[in-house]
Design a protein around this ligand. Sequence first.
Ligand SMILES: Cc1cc2nc3c(=O)[nH]c(=O)nc-3n(C[C@H](O)[C@H](O)[C@H](O)COP(=O)(O)O)c2cc1C
Length: 203
Amino acid sequence: MPDVKVSVIYYSATGSVYAMAQQAVEAAEKAGAEVRLRKVAELAPQEAIQSNEGWSKHALETQDVPEATADDIVWADAVIFGTPTRYGNVAAQLKQFLDTLGPQWAQGQLANKVYTGFVSVGTGHGGHETTLLSLYNSIHHFGGIIVSPGYTDPLKFSDGNPYGASHTSANGANPPGETDLAAVAYSVKRATEIAAQLKRGAA
Ligand SMILES: Cc1cc2nc3c(=O)[nH]c(=O)nc-3n(C[C@H](O)[C@H](O)[C@H](O)COP(=O)(O)O)c2cc1C
């Protein structure tokens, strides 16, 4: 495995996506990568965060996770994005981060990297696929290489999402379980290995 660099960049309000992000870090490290874990900046007003116990608790628990910068993408060979769904779409906080990347996009610094995504969703049909596909719209504009898991491993027939890894939280009642975390680990392993193959090929 060459010297592969992976950035795991996520937004999480109440912790489900964060649990998946931690699994992503573990999987990338296990695949031999140097890994950065980064949260994107919060946009919601303090009064909104304080009005929700789970949200304020999670913000406090993750206060030491560094905030993502453009360099975390430029540096990486593979970028793993995690988001909760928001009306079937990417959370505004992660989208805002993507929207700050214009200068790097203009210089082609987001292109030719491997990208994949994972998502947490409140309900069974609440936006697993649509959120990932919305995320991937931006990656197409980057000129990124989207590495989706497809059904390339038998475990994908358990979680059932070929577009990435996803989790149904029942609005926080159901933390990511074995099947969800195995899907994250598999997606990240696959993205890391393909990034390594590309790097090796380029060298
Ligand atoms: C404004 C808002 C919109 C949401 N939209 C959806 C939705 O369209 N479908 C759904 O199933 N869950 C929806 N949810 C629920 C979250 O996506 C879900 O609880 C997720 O697991 C939260 O992840 P987190 O714990 O990492 O923040 C929404 C939540 C909020 C606050």
